[in-house]
Design a protein around this ligand. Structure first.
Ligand SMILES: [Mg+2]
Length: 260
C-alpha cells in the first residue's frame, strides 16, 4: 500500500448495515447512486435491473421509498418508467407525494434573463450543455472540463444579477431560486404518510446530497455516501453504483438471518 492508500483506508467510512425493511423510510439519489454518471444528462435511460430493484423495494417498504434528484419529475418518470410514486425533483423545488399530489415552487422571474445572459457569455467552443429545467438552469461541463472556470464565472455573475443561487454538482453548476433543497424535501416526506414514524435512510453521492444527509442524521436516521471518502456528513459509505445495487438487492425480510 502507498501512504495515500493507508491514509484512505484509515479514514474510510464503514459500510451500512443490511437494510431493515420493517423500519426504514428509504430515500435514493439517482445519478451517481442508482445510475453510473454519463457524459450528458440525456444519456441515462430506463434500466431493467434498476426497475426491478425499485419495484421490489416499493413493495418491501410498503411505499416508503422516494427518489430525490436534481432532475425534473418528468425526466425521473422517463428514466424510472413511472415505477416510483414519491419523487423530489430539481433538488427539492418539485415534489410528488405518495398520494400523487405534485407540489412545486413557481418559476423564478430572473431565470429566463439569466439563461440569455449565460448563453451570451459562456465559451462557444462546444461540449457545454445548457439544460433548462423550468425551475432551474444547469450548465453541464463534463465534456468540456477546461471550461470549468469560465462556466463558474459566467454562472456566478448571472446568479448575482438575477437574484439566483448557485448549486454546485459533479461537473455541473446550476442557477436556482432560493427555496427547498433535498433536505427540506426529505423532511417534508418524513412528516407525511407512509414515511412518518419510520427511520430515514438516504443514499447519495454529490454535494447537493449533503443537505439530505444533514436531515436524516438530525432525524436519527442514517446517511450513506456513494463513492470515495470526502468531507461529508454521512456516516456510512458504499463504493459505487454496483455496491448500491447489490446492497439494495440484498435487502429483504431475510437479510438479517442471511447476515448471521
Ligand atoms: Mg447524484
Amino acid at each position: 500500500m502507498t501512504l495515500a492508500e493507508i491514509d484512505a483506508a484509515a479514514v474510510a467510512l464503514p459500510r451500512p448495515e443490511p437494510l431493515d425493511v420493517a423500519r426504514t423510510a428509504l430515500f435514493l439519489d439517482l445519478d451517481g447512486t442508482l445510475a453510473a454518471i454519463a457524459p450528458g444528462p440525456d444519456e441515462i435511460g430506463p434500466d431493467p435491473r434498476r426497475a426491478r430493484v425499485l419495484a421490489r423495494l416499493q413493495t418491501l417498504l410498503d411505499g416508503r421509498l422516494a427518489v430525490v434528484s436534481g432532475r425534473t419529475l418528468a425526466d425521473l418518470d422517463r428514466i424510472l418508467e413511472g415505477a416510483v410514486t414519491s419523487l423530489a425533483g430539481v433538488h427539492g423545488l418539485q415534489r410528488r407525494r405518495a398520494d400523487g399530489e405534485v407540489i412545486e415552487s413557481v418559476p423564478a422571474e430572473g431565470l429566463a434573463a439569466a439563461r440569455r445572459m449565460l448563453e451570451a457569455t459562456l465559451p462557444r467552443a462546444g461540449g457545454l450543455i445548457v439544460e433548462d429545467k423550468g425551475l432551474a438552469i444547469a450548465v453541464h461541463y463534463r465534456q468540456a472540463p477546461d471550461d470549468a472556470d469560465a462556466v463558474l464565472a459566467a454562472a456566478t455573475e448571472a446568479a448575482r444579477r438575477h437574484g439566483l443561487e448557485l448549486q454546485h454538482g459533479s461537473m455541473v453548476i446550476e442557477l436556482r431560486p432560493p427555496g427547498a433543497d433535498k433536505g427540506d424535501a426529505i423532511a417534508a416526506f418524513m412528516a407525511e404518510a407512509p414515511f412518518k414514524g419510520f427511520t430515514a435512510v438516504f443514499v447519495g453521492d454529490d454535494l447537493t446530497d449533503e443537505n439530505g444527509f444533514r436531515t436524516v442524521e438530525a432525524l436519527g436516521g442514517s446517511a450513506i455516501l456513494v463513492g470515495p471518502r470526502r468531507p461529508t456528513l454521512a456516516s456510512r459509505s458504499l463504493a459505487g453504483v454496483g455496491e448500491v445495487m447489490a446492497w439494495l438487492e440484498a435487502a429483504g425480510p431475510h437479510s438479517m438471518s442471511a447476515a448471521s
